[in-house]
Design a protein around this ligand. Sequence first.
Ligand SMILES: [Fe+2]
Ligand SMILES: [Fe+2]
Ligand SMILES: [Fe+2]
Ligand SMILES: [Fe+2]
Length: 412
Amino acid sequence: MNPFEQKPIQLKDCIMDWCTVYPKPYNKMEADPYTKVRIILMNGIEVESIIFKHQFQRNCNNNDIRRELALSRRIEQQQKHINWLKPIDETPLETTIGYEHVAVDLTAWLAQNEPNPYVKQALDFALLEDFDHLYRYANLLDLDKQIPSQQLVKSFVDITPGRPTIAEHRFPFDSVRNPIDSKTADIRTKLNTLIITAAEQQTMNFYMNLGNYYYNDLGRQLYLEIAMIEEQHVTHYDSLLDPNCTWLENLLLHEYMECYLYYSFYQNEVCQNTKSIWEMHLEQEIAQLHQAAALLKKYENKDWQQVIPDGNFPKLLTFHDTREYVRQVLAQQVCLTANREGYIPVTELPQDHEFFFYQNRVNHDVNSVPSHKVVKEHQMKFNVDYRAEAQPNPVPELSDRTNDNTQIARTR
Ligand SMILES: [Fe+2]
Ligand SMILES: [Fe+2]
Ligand SMILES: [Fe+2]
Ligand SMILES: [Fe+2]
């Protein structure tokens, strides 16, 4: 499928009336977890589209382009059409379980389909951190409401410690990666880096805005701590993006990414209502892709092929059980930390490394670290933590359900 070869609809025909833009929500107990995952991801993709186009406008002095962007941003209000699929009775914490489920399964899929080894390493690295967030939030949900998160994710993903959140806090200098070069990068790498950046940015926004609505201190503290890591993840991923792309080249890539994802999800959506939304939005994105290509031609005299040499979509994105892959990465990489643009086992860091300065600064009182506290309180109340795993945790140091390990991946 090559979206550049499709006949686009008119941009004005993409504007929705109130009845169309307000969707029929899914049923939180019956919906396929991957339908929820696709909805959460596409909401984040649309948010990125909107924010990107606002930033573009602020850096553009041509009102003809700014008007095109304004029209295009209005069409990107597809975001509302998607985000309102969330039902009234789904709580923010239940949605949060979905966010971390997205982070795990999306990151694992991208890592398994990433041709650039440096980008793959970046994905594997952060995968283990979001995997641990899922476990911490699941403990909060079980502690406060006795709702087993396993019911929400329907056993498609293990809930067990990853690289412990307490070990993820690093000095900011160690979160900046080397950017890719979009002149030579594979289209899969360009798509993967844009997709994961959008997903992590939405997770950051969600926690930073809704974390303080939680109804008790421990929950508010947990959101605050994990929101810090999501900001770190956004730095980690958006530093991979090519800073030499022009705004219009970047616009084209954004529209192409949206076409690719809607087409992928249209192909494998099991919920008919949601599938029809993916189909409608795909049409709208194809129209926007053609608009972006026309703007690139008009203002930079470049053909779309100079940015996307082959318009045919690469392998489509499909969510599936990634438990085996995650277990393998966890077994091999749990002890890694970041060191400037690269990664290193914590045990090999010199004593005076900034990692230890930062850890000491924020975590000097281990018992006040929320991600540890939530598991400890669960253990105090129920004797063991909350976890749901098909097989025991592949890291023996993380297998004790009565004692949360705060040393691994953190101390020399
Ligand atoms: Fe969109
Ligand atoms: Fe996360
Ligand atoms: Fe994350
Ligand atoms: Fe778009």
